[in-house]
Write a protein that binds this ligand. Structure first.
Ligand SMILES: [Zn+2]
Length: 176
């Protein structure tokens, strides 16, 4: 099918029922990898279920929460906190990255308000700005804990020194 994907019809979800991943995919007209990616993004799975089961009520809530979070762009300095139900600044020393690809990176951090772990996929090219924005200017000692990837450290250093950003990117063509 071309064009925009059909909107998810959450009314099809029965709150009192539990679903497997293929059942959800069929029910909502999405692919199985899409549903798996929702779980990675935080869709709750019932504990100790194999195959994994998702409670209909959780699914419904999570999808409506996600729709709401999409309407509230987080900006560079914030991640969406599912407990506070709005974008929040992460604690600077909790910010970390994972699943680095040539285009995307997963940025995570603990909510500055409630401590809940937050995680969102961002464009890799935005990472220096994201790190700079998330680093609280009043806490210059922001720790690099969690930055296991050399590239991320390099980007972090670039972000730390905005004046050098353009020059160093020209000089280092090995960013990809
Ligand atoms: Zn929070």
């Amino acid at each position: 099918m071309k064009g925009r994907r059909q909107k998810i019809d959450a009314r099809r979800i029965r709150v009192s029922q539990s679903y497997t991943i293929p059942e959800i995919a069929r029910l909502l007209g999405r692919t199985i990898p899409t549903v798996r990616s929702w779980i990675k993004q935080g869709l709750p799975v019932l504990p100790d279920t194999s195959p994994r089961l998702i409670c209909g009520e959780d699914l419904k809530n999570w999808l409506s929460e996600r729709a709401r979070s999409r309407k509230q762009p987080c900006g560079l300095a914030r991640l969406y906190c599912c407990k506070c139900r709005r974008p929040q600044r992460p604690k600077p020393d909790s910010v970390g990255t994972s699943e680095l690809t040539s285009k995307n990176v997963k940025v995570s951090g603990k909510c500055g308000a409630c401590g809940t772990q937050m995680q969102q996929s961002r464009k890799l090219k935005d990472l220096p700005l994201i790190i700079a924005a998330m680093k609280d200017p009043t806490q210059g000692q922001a720790s690099l804990t969690g930055y296991s990837n050399a590239l991320v450290n390099q980007l972090f250093e670039q972000a730390s020194d905005q004046t050098d950003l353009n020059a160093s990117q020209k000089g280092k063509s090995n960013v990809h």
